[in-house]
Design a protein around this ligand. Structure first.
Ligand code: ATR
Length: 276
């Protein structure tokens, strides 16, 4: 069966490696390629499915376009307004899913981070943050505070569930007595080697910090900073990357991949590549 990941840029994508590893775990054969989207997502996806493609992942910057492309949407994809998984159904229609948020939830559970009843602080209100709001609310967290440099984007996200979500600025957050159990960094700050402007005591008090970004070393500027502050539970987003892939794999093939084993495999692979 033929699968692919579509995006631009795409050469860096680890999805082929991850899915080939899943296939090996499950004892099946598949092809999984990287397809560069140079024109529209629809053009590349149409060609892929016409050539026998069974399903594909969609990455930056095509997730919104993939949402419009799909004939039907899962609840998560509809709430996020973004699709990272497309599947060709038996009747030829293309279904759209978003496994990013559920992948993060699965990883937080694997790591035994606080979730049920937790007071969650979400940093950032861009594409990555948007995909995780609904899954967080369905996991039974007790409250969600979204903080963003551009306040309006946080305010728009908060309208998804005004009774449970509060939007605020970094200034407001830093002026309050901290009261969170879990801090999720969904900003692009780590990509720039920067830190979101959160007061240290907010992180220390929370005791659990997760960065949606990942690095070969397993730490980001955010998780390193949190470790330095003595935050007990810190993790980068490699487990989320693999869990969202495993959920796509399940949607396409109905098979369960071993996420924890794939995390070890990918860490070893990335460490070797870094040394080479
Ligand atoms: P992604 O799809 O990765 O979420 P995005 O949609 O461009 O990318 O969103 C990036 C997020 O990171 C935004 O919330 C952005 O804040 P603004 O909306 O105010 O731009 C946030 N961000 C980027 N760099 C940041 C930094 N140095 N500190 C804090 N937030 C940052």
């Amino acid at each position: 069966m033929r699968f692919a990941v579509l995006g631009n840029p795409i050469a860096h994508s680890l999805s082929p490696l991850i899915h080939q590893h899943f296939a090996q775990q499950c004892g099946i054969d598949l092809t999984y390629e990287r397809l560069l989207v140079e024109g529209s997502l629809a053009e590349t996806a149409d060609k892929f499915f016409a050539a026998g493609g069974a399903g594909c992942n969609v990455t930056v910057p095509c997730k919104l376009e993939a949402c419009a492309y799909a004939s039907t949407l899962s609840d998560n994809a509809a709430a996020a307004g973004a699709v990272n998984t497309l599947k060709k159904e038996a009747d030829g229609r293309i279904s759209g899913f978003n496994t990013d948020g559920p992948g993060l939830m699965q990883d937080l559970k694997r790591l035994r981070f606080p979730l049920q009843g937790a007071r969650v602080l979400l940093l950032g209100a861009g594409g990555a943050a948007r995909g995780i709001v609904r899954p967080l609310l369905t996991e039974g967290i007790s409250s969600l505070t979204i903080v963003n440099r551009t306040f309006d984007k946080a305010a728009v996200l908060a309208t998804l569930c005004p009774e449970q979500i509060r939007a605020c600025t970094y200034q407001e957050l830093n002026a309050e007595i901290p009261s969170f159990d879990l801090v999720l960094n969904a900003t692009a700050a780590s990509l720039q080697g920067a830190l979101p402007d959160v007061r240290d005591s907010v992180l220390q008090q929370a005791g659990a910090a997760y960065d949606l970004m990942y690095t070969p070393q397993g730490s980001t500027p955010f998780t390193l900073h949190c470790e330095d502050l003595g935050v007990r539970q810190c993790a980068d987003g490699i487990g989320m990357l693999i869990a969202q892939a495993a959920l796509s794999f399940k949607i396409w093939l109905g098979l369960d991949a071993d996420v924890a084993q794939t995390v070890s495999y990918l860490r070893t692979y990335l460490a070797g590549r870094k040394q080479a």
